[in-house]
Design a binder for this molecule. Structure first.
Ligand SMILES: [Zn+2]
Length: 446
């Protein structure tokens, strides 16, 4: 299998990149900031800050804007981030769909495209679909491929982050060990970062969703599969091999149905989207759900969406399927709460369409089975950006890696010798109190 040599980013080739990155880190998290504030926040000398700002101005990554308040002398110029200095693609590959967003450098989607896809058709077919969407977006918006500074992608399976390759993904036959980034060469010469889809969603929630500003949170995706992305002390926790949070295959019933991973009674096989469809079929076949009997007669198959609709009509069997699925997931999450002590669990994924009863099933068991202390401040809620958390998170994965300190020569996570581990510049809390901030962002570090 060929390994595509990772391109060096022209940005990380700036002189004294680490100092520049520290300055940029502060500017990106501020609305507008003075050079004196940059000195204070980075601990760099005034000369180093000036040099870094000048380099960033030269690259168009920052702009000088209106003047700040005068402290008696000359009024200081304000520096702000130019999010339109380039673009990135945030790509979310799900089991049954692909979603591509052209984003600015603040991870704000400029335009999005989605398509139905089947990840089981293998990387050649699915990534060709993704590429067609990227080409479409570039053409429509008159953007050249060279203006794309990075590509971030989430895939629905375990990813060895150090090599950017799927590692024996149960839902993705044909993807094991595939060099995903090579599919985007030579059209895109930018760094390409690949991670698990739920990790990417957790980054999206942290940047633009419910877990903004929350130091310890878990995003749980309940769709075709079940997985979690863990933010620990403000950072994405990938674990030793990149598969932290893969809780879909935790056993909840040793006598339960066989899971596609080969084991029996995994939570995914008991309460994931496919399991809910199977329970719906059983309720239709044994006649316990009049609604689902009728629906099956029309559609010949049943999904979680049919169960949600049945529940809205007060169908008791459907209500019970939803409640018990929520409770089973709650059992697994209670263990996660005891182990990790998050203050927020964000529930996302297609199964969210099951509605509040599903969430209350989760809450009921988590609060009952977690220790009193770990549950005291715990909030459990649905995502309110679930349509975009994947693509925004993939974009921010790409952007944070692009602008990371220590990033020289480490441009992609595809085949780079140096581990692309999270690192955070040693900046102090920036932005003086009282300055208006456009967004209250957590200190994101990847
Ligand atoms: Zn399993």
């Amino acid at each position: 299998m060929s390994v595509t040599p990772p391109p060096r980013s022209p940005i990380t080739q700036l002189a004294r990149w680490d100092a520049v990155a520290r300055v940029l880190h502060v500017i990106r998290r501020s609305d507008r900031v003075t050079r004196s504030e940059l000195v204070e926040a980075t601990g760099l000398s005034r000369a180093a800050v000036d040099q870094a700002v000048n380099q960033l101005l030269g690259r168009g990554l920052v702009v000088l804007s209106a003047v700040g308040a005068s402290a008696g002398g000359r009024r200081p110029g304000l520096v702000s981030f130019n999010a339109r200095a380039g673009f990135v693609f945030g790509i979310d590959v799900g089991a049954t769909s692909v979603h591509v967003a052209l984003c600015d450098l603040a991870a704000v989607p400029v335009a999005r495209r989605e398509a139905v896809a089947d990840v089981r058709q293998g990387p050649r077919v699915v990534l060709a679909q993704v590429k067609a969407l990227t080409t479409d977006l570039l053409e429509i918006h008159g953007i050249r491929a060279t203006q794309i500074l990075g590509i971030g992608m989430g895939l629905p399976g375990p990813i060895e982050f150090s090599s950017a390759r799927p590692a024996a993904p149960p839902l993705m036959p044909g993807w094991d060990g595939v060099d995903v980034a090579s599919f985007f060469r030579p059209e895109f010469a930018c760094p390409i970062h690949v991670d698990n889809d739920v990790n990417v969603m957790a980054l999206g929630e942290q940047w633009a969703g419910a877990s903004r500003g929350v130091a310890n949170s878990v995003v749980v995706k309940v769709g075709t599969g079940i997985g979690a992305g863990i933010i620990s002390d403000g950072r994405l926790h990938r674990g030793a091999d990149g598969c932290a949070g893969d809780l879909g295959h935790i056993e909840v019933d040793p006598n339960g149905p066989v899971c596609h991973c080969g084991n029996r009674g995994c939570i995914e096989a008991m309460a994931g989207g496919a399991a809910i469809g199977r329970l719906a079929l059983r309720a239709a076949e044994d006649g316990s759900s009049p609604f689902l009997v009728e629906r099956l007669g029309v559609t010949r198959s049943l999904t979680a969406r049919d169960v949600a609709e049945a529940a809205q009509h007060g169908d008791q069997a459907a209500l019970e399927i939803i409640r018990s699925s929520g409770r089973l997931i709650g059992r697994v999450l209670a263990g996660a709460v005891n182990l990790f002590n998050p203050s927020l669990i964000v529930v996302s994924g297609g199964v969210c369409g099951l509605g509040h009863l599903f969430l209350s099933g989760i809450r009921e068991v988590v609060y009952r089975r977690s220790t009193a202390l770990s549950a005291r401040r715990l909030e459990i809620r649905f995502s309110d950006i679930q349509d975009t958390s994947g693509v925004v998170g993939a974009a921010i994965l790409s952007i944070e890696e692009l602008f990371a300190t220590g990033g020289v020569g480490r441009a992609s996570n595809d085949g780079v010798a140096e581990p692309a581990h999270p690192r955070r510049p040693a900046t102090k809390r920036l932005v003086p109190a009282g300055r208006r901030r456009r967004r209250t962002r957590p200190v994101t570090a990847l």
